[in-house]
Design a protein. Structure first.
Lengths: 98, 269
């Protein structure tokens, strides 16, 4: 993974993420859309044979887009941790009943 | 998030996951099928082959044999410290295959492989590789390595990984006249007649096909099929190379790695 910032203004951000694809971008985009500070968030894969998607993000006034994107990524990270914990618990319960 | 195990055995795992979203489920699914590494034969040196199968055909068949994988000992060749094109004993396993027959026809099975590491062996002894007629012979040396499903399907650790929404089937007893058409048409047999009402036996099997709604002659319909947008049934069926829980845990740590790497690189200035 290598991040290239293509464009950055007060409320806009365009980043290219080399070496990733739908797997990474879709989950982050959906997390961004849940954020109330976000006006618009999307991603595009310019060519299906390359793995360099571009995430585009526009925030409402006074919100730093980089910070918003970091917060969305952290939200997905929290989901991952919650999944890990829940899976561990479920496996433990399964072992005790089986 | 809450997880409940519905079914679990050596090769398959079925989970009910509540309080999550489709994007997260899909990301996990995509990582399971294309990014969790597993072991498969990548290079084949054919020393002798007098069978009717051409060398490349034989190499292809050998490559598709699933091998039991040890993710903790072996490295992906691109991450290995050896940085060698040929690999070292931390990123490569060699397997030899030797079979010949004198006077009768034989089938060469995956059990004929002799692996240098007794842990990395075919998942089954009964995978046919080739048939040999009298006096034919195969002798080859194969090199297995870790790889990812996105590079070739032989490195995909699962034969199936899918999810669906948690189905909700409701029968309106006031409208239902117990004609039984919905019971007959349901491909998963989830409906049953109990006394003077239709009951739902195993709602988790529902495929949301909505055939029962089409079969119902009532207007408005006496049944309602919907789904919970935040609950999923997630199923993994391993080829046997790794246990399903190991695959899922692997997928989670790959996703975690991606997110942390992204956070490391994206800094607020
Ligand atoms: Zn190596």
């Amino acid at each position: 993974m290598k991040i290239v910032i293509l464009n950055k203004t007060k409320n806009e951000l365009k980043v290219r993420i080399d070496g990733e694809g739908h797997t990474f971008c879709n989950v982050v985009q959906k997390a961004l859309l849940k954020d109330k500070r976000v006006e618009l968030a999307g991603y595009d894969i310019p060519h299906p044979l390359t793995s360099s998607p571009i995430i585009y993000l526009r925030t409402k006034e006074r919100s730093n887009p980089v910070k918003t994107l970091r917060d969305a990524t952290r939200d997905v990270l929290k989901d991952t941790d919650a999944f890990k914990a829940a899976l561990k618990k479920a496996l433990k319960e399964w072992k005790s009943t089986a | 998030m809450n997880i409940q195990i519905i079914k679990k055995n050596d090769i398959s795992l079925r989970l009910l996951i509540e309080d999550t979203n489709a994007a997260f489920m899909n990301t996990l699914r995509r990582i399971v099928t294309s990014e969790v590494p597993s072991m498969a034969i990548d290079d084949v040196v054919i020393i002798e082959n007098s069978s009717t199968l051409q060398d490349d055909f034989l190499a292809h068949r050998v490559g598709l044999v699933p091998l039991k994988t040890d993710l903790d000992t072996y490295n992906l060749p691109e991450d290995c410290t050896c940085k060698s094109e040929f690999g070292c004993n931390l990123c490569r396993v060699s397997l030899a295959l030797e079979a010949e027959t004198e006077d009768h026809t034989i089938t060469v099975y995956s059990s004929h492989f002799k692996s240098e590491n007794p842990v990395v062996v075919p998942v089954s002894d009964r995978i046919p590789i080739a048939k040999l007629a009298p006096s034919q012979k195969i002798r080859l040396e194969a090199y297995a390595r870790l790889g990812k499903g996105k590079d070739h399907a032989r490195w995909q650790p699962v034969s199936m990984c899918a999810y669906k929404y948690l189905p909700i089937v409701i029968v309106n007893t006031k409208l239902c006249d117990l004609c039984g058409d919905c019971i007959k048409i349901c491909p998963k047999n989830i409906l049953t007649k109990a006394g003077d009402k239709i009951e739902i036996r195993n709602v988790l099997d529902c495929t949301l096909c909505q055939d029962c709604i089409d079969a119902c002659k009532k207007n408005p319909k006496a049944l309602e099929v919907s789904w919970n947008e935040n609950s999923f049934i997630f199923e993994i069926e391993s080829t046997g190379v790794l246990t399903p829980e190991r695959i899922l845990k692997g997928a989670l740590s790959i996703l975690e790695g991606k997110l942390k790497e992204f956070l490391d690189q994206l800094v607020v200035k």
